[in-house]
Write a protein of this length. Structure first.
Length: 494
């Protein structure tokens, strides 16, 4: 074997997954078609749950140290800002360009996981006990043998196509222009002061929305022309100028356009994220409009779900059925993203239908979304804070299946936060009788906090609570960690 796992694609998803595998001591190789990292930023924001997951691995602080990133404390949905503060996360959303996330992840992998740049996957074959990947550097082909292969190779995934995996859904028809701009002129300040995510409309049905990317650069999405322009047709600067003039008036002058592209409203998802020893993650498994800024976030969260499970399989600690839970848990999450982005495309009038009743629909929906329960629901969905997984054979508890919150814990050695205890990539058991143990590392004595009505909290490496009672502990341990008693990992409390 050349590696335990071949990861195809060094985008944010592939690199997050590779970092998770390396943390667990699994040998991964990343193959990436591009000779160097893209300088073009697609995603512009890291949502709270993604930030929490990075924090669970000690990566959030170092990522934030790479720039001065503007925060947001609400989800953006069809031009409405919807608070997610009721989910009690310590993390706000932050406008962090995808390029910064990728550069950061690549530095994390340096010296730990080889990234073979300029190597395109051109063949994949499954055998009884492994996979054989054929890669081309443009001149010659070579093979890589591994136990598993993960296709994190984006919307046009070669892995998906080479294995003939169906990608059902809706083809893209209407396109909008996305441009990173610097502007000047009398009305330029209006654009910069427009709240991020706020949709501005012209009388002829066009719309624009902007998000700050730092350093004076603004991500502008302009749509609603009603013209069905092919996604691959190049965007001209005049087209952007025309959109700016239509929406903001003629007093805005375009001075810089480092990135411009067209996005279409395709919405597709594979039925199963697993085919034998091959897994799909991120855009390779699901595509949709970037409304609400969810694609990179959901993909990174896919990687945090898959990484520890794949590592357990490679290390021979895999309980029956664990690898199948990757698809059964993550498929519904992206399915509802697709649902909400399709609904948003109607609300924003993505296609520029000019339906005169849409303003009424928007204001009606805005009233509904202002209701506390609706705000909680939508804010949880877009931020990823509400993700819930089934935990069979466990008595019900409000935290069961949800993310562990991150309050201060009092320990014999001072205050810690539970996320700090997940940094080694193992699970965590908080014992409310006064003891605390960690599944994989040395953890100080942790006292109970709050009154959660739980005897224990057993937490998976991805931060999801999988048992809340002593009685449920053996089933939780055996299902997620492959050990019935925990006797072999229990580190006694001091
Ligand atoms: C304009 C725009 C704005 C967006 N805004 C947001 C946002 O605000 N928030 C958000 O969360 N998401 C946003 N997204 C979506 C986000 O960019 C994607 O969801 C994200 O990039 C998916 O990451 P990935 O790693 O799955 O795939 P990618 O980033 O596409 O990475 C896949 C990698 O695989 C490589 N590859 C492909 N084929 C092969 C092969 N055969 N062999 C080897 N390597 C290969 C590619 O070169 C690429 O580097 C936006 C997208 C667009 C287009």
């Amino acid at each position: 074997m050349d590696a335990d796992v071949v990861v195809v694609g060094a985008g944010p998803v592939g690199m997050t997954l590779a970092a998770e595998l390396a943390l667990a001591g699994v040998r991964a190789i990343v193959v990436e078609a591009l000779p160097e990292r893209s300088k073009l930023s697609r995603a512009g924001g890291v949502h709270p749950r993604t930030a929490e997951m990075l924090d669970q691995r000690g990566l959030l602080g170092p990522l934030l140290a790479t720039g001065d990133y503007q925060e947001y404390d609400g989800a953006h949905l069809a031009g409405l800002t919807i608070s997610y503060t009721s989910w009690n996360s310590r993390e706000p959303g932050r406008f962090i360009p995808q390029t910064q996330v990728e550069a950061f992840l690549e530095r994390q992998l340096a010296g730990r996981v080889p990234i073979r740049r300029g190597h395109r996957l051109v063949g994949v074959e499954q055998t009884a006990d492994g996979v054989v990947a054929t890669v081309s550097d443009g001149e010659r082909e070579s093979t890589l043998r591994a136990l598993y292969l993960v296709g994190a190779d984006g919307a046009h995934s070669s892995v998906r196509k080479l294995l003939g995996i169906d990608f059902p859904g809706r083809a893209g028809t209407d396109t909008a222009v996305v441009g990173d701009v610097r502007v000047t002129g009398p009305r330029a300040g209006d654009i910069y002061h427009e709240p991020p995510g706020q949709v501005v409309r012209s009388e002829d049905g066009r719309w624009a929305v902007r998000f700050p990317l730092g350093d004076g650069l603004q991500r502008l999405v302009i749509g609603g022309t009603g013209a069905q322009v092919s996604r691959t047709e190049p965007v001209t600067a005049d087209e952007v100028r025309d959109g700016l003039a239509a929406v903001y008036g003629g007093d805005v002058e375009l001075v810089d356009l480092p990135y411009v592209t067209r996005i279409a409203d395709a919405a597709r998802q594979v039925r199963d994220y697993r085919l034998g020893r091959v897994f799909l993650a991120g855009d390779a498994a699901h595509v949709h409009l970037p409304l609400g800024g969810q694609g990179m976030n959901v993909g990174i969260q896919d990687a945090f779900n898959l990484g520890w499970k794949l590592a357990a399989a490679v290390l021979g600690r895999v309980p029956d059925g664990l690898l199948d839970t990757y698809s059964s848990e993550r498929h519904p999450v992206a399915a509802r993203v697709i649902r909400n982005t399709r609904a948003q495309s109607v609300l924003t009038d993505w296609a520029g239908t000019g339906n005169p009743d849409l303003p009424e629909l928007r204001s009606f929906v805005a009233d509904l979304f202002a209701l506390p329960d609706a705000t909680h629901f939508i804010g949880g969905m877009i931020s990823g804070l509400d993700v819930h997984y089934d935990m069979p054979d466990q008595p019900e508890h409000p935290l069961l299946g949800y993310r562990l919150p991150n309050p201060d814990l009092k320990t014999a050695d001072g205050t810690v936060r539970p996320y700090e205890l997940l940094r080694s990539g193992g699970g965590l058991l908080i014992d409310f009788s006064g003891d605390s143990v960690h599944l994989s590392a040395e953890v100080p004595y942790v006292r109970a906090y709050g009154d959660l009505g739980a005897d224990v909290l057993l937490v998976r490496p991805d931060g999801h609570v999988c048992a809340t009672t002593t009685d449920g502990l053996p089933a939780g341990l055996s299902r997620w960690f492959g050990t019935a008693t925990g006797a072999d990992w229990r580190i006694s409390a001091t």
